[in-house]
Design a protein around this ligand. Structure first.
Ligand SMILES: C[S@@+](CC[C@H](N)C(=O)[O-])C[C@H]1O[C@@H](n2cnc3c(N)ncnc32)[C@H](O)[C@@H]1O
Length: 209
């Protein structure tokens, strides 16, 4: 995970803590607007799973209130063990209650992965940059991706806002998909997919071991 001393995630943590207090367990809390859009992101990210009907384990970095677990249940993904990480204590408190009926749920207040899983997934953790410098933020993303890959037996999936937009908000980070495709291909694995074919201002990359 990021060892960059200049990186400050405190505003990011505060944003999501405020959101979950305000909206509760809803897509609005995690900045996704609607559950339909949240689900579309999960659909793209979970294309990394080779066989949804065979049990698999997941690390989710930036798990929010844990909607990914419910998405898997609704869509016949055989999610075995789940390790959810978040920097917001409030999100994790909600996740604990929201996922109380599920087995094999493990939650961590951390941005450092400490568990091995078949797949590591990150949805939306690189979008809100706030005052972090561009270079620091890009180093943070790349070191996080390396760490995700090291903690995965089969593959990783992540998404980022696209730079193919006609308006950019100051506090957000818009990524060049070709830059991260090249990074994953040259630093992580030969098996990389870039998905930029769905109707959101973002893209998804899946990387296989
Ligand atoms: C956009 S929300 C998405 C939540 C969930 N993945 C979903 O799609 O419903 C991002 C979440 O990641 C958390 N987060 C942001 N950066 C993180 C990091 N570096 N490590 C762990 N959690 C992080 C935030 O607190 C927030 O709850």
């Amino acid at each position: 995970m990021s060892k960059n001393k200049n990186l400050d995630l405190s505003k990011v943590e505060q944003l999501y803590t405020d959101n979950i207090r305000k909206f509760g367990n809803k897509a609005e809390s995690v900045g996704w607007g609607t559950q339909e859009k949240q689900d579309l992101r999960f659909l793209k990210l979970l294309s990394v799973v080779a066989q949804r009907e065979s049990s698999f384990s997941v690390n989710e970095l930036g798990c929010g209130y844990g909607e990914l677990v419910k998405y898997c249940a609704r869509n016949a993904f055989e999610l075995g063990e789940y390790f959810g990480y978040d920097i917001s204590e409030e999100m994790l408190n909600n996740a604990k209650v929201y996922l109380a009926d599920f087995e094999n749920i493990n939650l961590f207040k951390s941005s450092n992965l400490s568990t091995m899983a078949d797949y590591t997934i990150a949805s939306g953790i690189f979008n809100v940059r706030f005052d972090n410098g561009m270079q620091d933020w890009e180093e943070h993303i790349k070191s996080t991706l390396k760490d995700m890959f090291e903690h995965s037996k089969k593959g990783i999936a992540f998404n980022l806002l696209t730079k193919y937009v006609d308006f950019e908000a100051d506090n957000l980070y818009y990524a060049d998909p070709s830059y991260y495709f090249d990074f994953c291909k040259s630093e992580l694995s030969k098996k990389v997919n870039l998905l930029h074919d769905y109707p959101l201002y973002e893209w998804t990359i899946t990387v296989f071991k």
